[in-house]
Design a protein around this ligand. Structure first.
Ligand code: ZN
Length: 891
């Protein structure tokens, strides 16, 4: 068609996997570190893999200057090898090979933040997924595992700290103002786990004694001036170490474990062996700069990366299609870690609700769009685009289903078998499933479809009750919509945890024909494996209310018709806290959908008293954990409401949701005020579960109160802002002030507070990110305001955290403004994607995904979106990353 659209980059298929032609035994590297030009010398010992169909010796390289290539001591002539793109082939290599390679790289010029790059004058590496090839030519694929010894040399003044994987075995001076450090990693690893860090850093360190009595050195490295912000990361690390010993019997296998924080990072953090590298966002915290949400994020990411040491590093992925093998499992582990740390039943439920909210809002949406892919994809263009909520969060749900099906002990047995079989290997998702099946004796053949089929399954529940025979029948039917490349789906193996409630809301003892061994239980896990199945319950004295998919036992959409009364009963009584919350969300969604339609039809908006009273009862119920009440009182997001519509009208949704917020405040003002007063946390800030829960409810109350504009609530917010002693309260107050729909005087006062906040925190990059983000999602912030903020001296697209804080937050978190009728939001989006594409393709591709669901909008918006998409598609030098996302959106 049009020839200005670049040729689509090639697709890589899972079915084309071929084992490497050569294995690597040892890798020795020497780095002469210089920010402009780093010299890398690598010696690799290799031996032929006689089982492989690949006969050539294949290496990968990117953005490298090759200085020297020797095979078994002999310089390789130009005609002894071929280079095509990133692939080098050496034909007719002998069975035993020692390669000596010298390359030159330019860290300062590397803005992609993949490979070896500079951050505030320090050296940082990022090698997952394919960054090692930007350091040297190498069989850069995860099934090639080797032992590494690394010599780092650099100017001692500029780079006093030199860190590598594993253990420090030697260090010293080189005499010429330079020094060296030699690191040896005793474990075989794939190249994507390689890391080095060099520069001016300081650390908090501690000797920690493992359960076995062995002592290990723990270090958290940060830039100078940040040592007062490392305690929480250190505590989280120690908690992680203890948790993995206790829950899974897994011990830290190194003498030293390091975390390094950098402000220039594409993702959250990286599990490099013994040398985890983190985005500062997931390390730095104290009460002055970090919110409760930040504290929780740090705990889970520190846990996540630490847990990778076994699930990812000791047992790794055969190829990148198996990414969820390590990511899904490790997310499950970090979710369980955080839940176990809180410990209480409600605490666990609160964590579960928060995790499910992300899954539904982001993953379900991904699964319904052009980038939908199975947990184990069949193909990709750019692997970096597949670090997705499907691989991570849906992958974790898949692991959780084994846990639900096999039980606590059964799951642990499966994990033990998995490590017994595969320690030191690079394996597939199927190997994990086999370990779960073989350790439990269960047939998990059908379960494989969770890995191979994309899309969110729908389960429809229909019930009948026969009073005469006291029999209750529950029919569950499943289906799954078509997704790209997958028109027809086969039934999944779905665990449906459930109970039945009587008229008082009490659990009924269950007698189900198919589960006679469990007669009398009040909670059953039904296994839905057919397209449709009927479960019969006997001895049911009166028509019950079903509570299905308890604790969200499977990543599906559940269609069930409830009356308001039934939902009210579940909200007030269900013994499963998840489903209590769920009932409240169903009540709210029903109303928000109706009101959105009323907005579109120009009708008057009204909120019924049943809903208001149900929420009132929850809000004032002091026997309920404040964080649970906070979740129930939080309305489904605009993105969640959008999922209820075939054609999305962002402004109508926004108006409807704002109306409900205001109406609730109007009726529950007194209750919100008492909740505010009752949940103050005076005294010194601590990020413990109880104080965090209180602050969450108190600040939710504040945000509701400020939806009903008057003098006293403005003052409440202003006072909280002025007197806050921690960032959680200060930011919540600033947000309330910024979103207050009040007088001009109040608007001016809010603007003053924003200014003051900036001034007070301008040296704290992570806080300035919050300052941008808060404004990006304010409902008064339109496209023009975003452009104005982009001109602010503190804004740059070159730093991923900063780019995300303003531009991503606006495009993804302010739908009613982003989807402006004139298409100005999309025009801005296109400019940003094109600009970012030049700097950092991975980050650009993430933003590119904001228009994934463009076909869900009214035609006049679609036209604007299509133009914006085509503008990006027509850009010269479009990265593989962006090209794949845009190509799939336009397909
Ligand atoms: Zn991970």
């Amino acid at each position: 068609m049009s020839n200005d659209i670049a040729a689509t980059p090639p697709t890589i298929f899972r079915k084309d996997y071929v084992a490497p032609g050569f294995w690597v035994d040892t890798v020795e590297m020497g780095f002469d570190l210089d920010l402009h030009e780093t010299h890398v010398a690598t010696r690799i010992t290799m031996r032929r893999n006689h089982d492989s169909a690949e006969k050539d010796l294949v290496l990968f390289g990117a953005s490298l200057k090759l200085l020297q290539l020797r095979m078994n001591g002999v310089n390789l002539k130009k005609n002894a090898y071929t280079i095509d793109g990133e692939v080098m082939r050496i034909a007719n290599a002998p069975d035993e090979v020692t390669l000596e390679i010298e390359t030159l790289i330019k860290p300062l010029k590397n803005t992609s933040l993949s490979g070896l790059y500079a951050s505030n004058g320090n050296f940082i590496t990022q090698c997952e997924a394919e960054g090692f090839r930007k350091i040297t030519w190498f069989p850069d694929r995860p099934d090639v595992m080797a032992k590494y010894t690394v010599m780092l040399r650099a100017n001692k003044k500029k780079f006093p700290i030199l860190l590598g994987n594993g253990n420090l075995i030697e260090e010293g001076d080189l005499g010429d103002g330079r020094h060296f450090a030699k690191w040896e990693d005793p474990f075989k690893k794939p190249s994507y786990l390689f890391a080095l860090v060099a520069g001016k850093l300081v650390c908090q360190e501690e000797n920690y004694t493992l359960k076995s009595g062995r002592s290990v050195l723990l270090q958290v490295w940060v830039e100078d001036g940040n040592l007062d912000k490392t305690q929480h990361a250190m505590d989280s690390l120690k908690n992680s170490i203890r948790w993995d010993e206790e829950r899974f019997g897994l011990e830290l296998d190194l003498d030293r474990f390091m975390i390094v924080a950098t402000s220039d990072f594409n993702m959250g953090a990286m599990e490099n062996k013994g040398l985890n590298i983190f985005n500062t966002k997931y390390v730095l915290a104290n009460s002055r700069i970090a919110t409760d949400v930040d504290y929780a994020g740090i705990e889970s990411v520190v846990g996540h990366e630490y847990f990778h040491n076994w699930t990812g590093n000791r047992v790794t992925c055969r190829d990148w299609f198996q990414l969820s093998l390590k990511e899904g499992l490790t997310v499950f582990r970090d979710q369980e870690f955080s839940a176990d740390l809180v410990g209480t039943t409600t605490g666990r439920a609160v964590k579960r609700i928060e995790d499910v909210r992300v899954l539904r809002q982001v993953q379900f949406s991904e699964d319904a769009g052009p980038m939908a892919h199975p947990v184990r994809p069949d193909s990709f263009v750019e692997i970096n685009n597949f670090y997705t909520v499907t691989i991570y969060e849906k992958g974790s749900e898949v692991v959780r289903m084994y846990y639900t099906l096999l039980g606590h002990e059964g799951f642990r047995k499966g994990m033990d078998l998995y490590f017994a079989r595969h320690d030191g290997q690079a394996v597939e998702c199927d190997d994990f499933r086999a370990a779960m099946a073989d350790s439990s004796g269960r047939d998990l053949t059908q379960f494989e479809r969770w890995y191979s089929q994309s899309g969110t399954p729908r389960v429809k529940a229909e019930t009948t009750y026969d009073a005469e025979t006291q029999t209750y029948q529950l029919t569950l039917s499943q289906s799954c919509p078509a997704t790209p490349g997958q028109d027809e789906k086969l039934p999944f193996h779905i665990p449906v945890a459930m109970g039945l409630l009587d008229a008082e809301g009490k659990d009924i003892a269950l007698h189900c024909d198919a589960y006679s061994a469990l007669a009398g239980a009040t909670n059953l896990i039904l296994e839905l494996t057919e397209a449709s199945q009927t479960f019969t319950f006997t001895g049911v004295a009166a028509k019950p209310v079903p509570s299905l998919l308890r604790n969200f036992s499977a990543p599906v959409l559940l269609d069930i018709e409830y009356s308001d009364e039934e939902l009210g009963l579940l909200l007030a009584n269900d013994s499963d806290p998840f489903n209590r919350w769920e009932a409240g969300q169903r009540l709210a969604t029903r109303r928000l959908v109706k009101l959105t339609k009323a907005v579109q039809a120009g009708e008057t908006l009204e909120l019924d008293s049943m809903f208001i009273e149900a929420l009132r009862a929850t809000l004032v119920n002091e026997s309920l954990d404040p964080s649970f009440r906070e979740l129930v009182l939080t309305l489904p997001s605009e993105a969640m409401i959008a999922e209820e519509f075939d054609v999305v009208d962002p402004q109508a949704i926004h108006t409807a949701r704002q109306f409900v917020r205001t109406a609730l405040t109007q009726h529950l003002r007194a209750e919100f005020l008492s909740a505010y007063e009752a949940n103050l946390t005076p005294g010194q800030y601590t990020p413990d579960a109880i104080s965090m829960a209180k602050r969450a409810l108190k600040n939710l109350a504040l945000s509701y109160l400020s939806a009903w504009s008057d003098e006293s609530t403005f003052e409440l917010a202003q006072t909280q802002f002025d007197e806050a002693e921690n960032m959680t309260d200060r930011l919540a107050a600033l947000s309330a002030l910024t979103n207050f729909h009040g007088t001009e005087t109040q608007a001016n006062a809010a603007a003053q507070s924003l200014k003051k906040f900036y001034k007070d925190f301008k040296k704290e990059a992570l806080v300035i990110d919050k300052w941008f983000m808060l404004q990006a999602v304010a409902d008064t912030t339109d496209v023009a305001k975003v452009r104005e903020l982009m001109e602010h001296k503190a804004f740059t697209l070159g730093n991923p955290n900063r780019a995300r804080s303003l531009t991503f937050s606006f495009c993804n978190g302010n739908p009613s403004r982003f989807h402006a009728a004139d298409g100005s939001g999309y025009a801005l989006w296109a400019e940003l994607v094109i600009e970012l594409n030049k700097i950092n393709p991975q980050v650009a591709a993430r933003l590119a995904r904001s228009l994934d669901r463009w076909k869900k909008y009214p035609l006049h918006l679609q036209e604007h979106m299509k133009l914006a998409l085509e503008k990006v598609a027509a850009t010269k030098k479009l990265s593989k990353d962006v090209a794949e996302v845009i190509g799939k959106a336009l397909a």
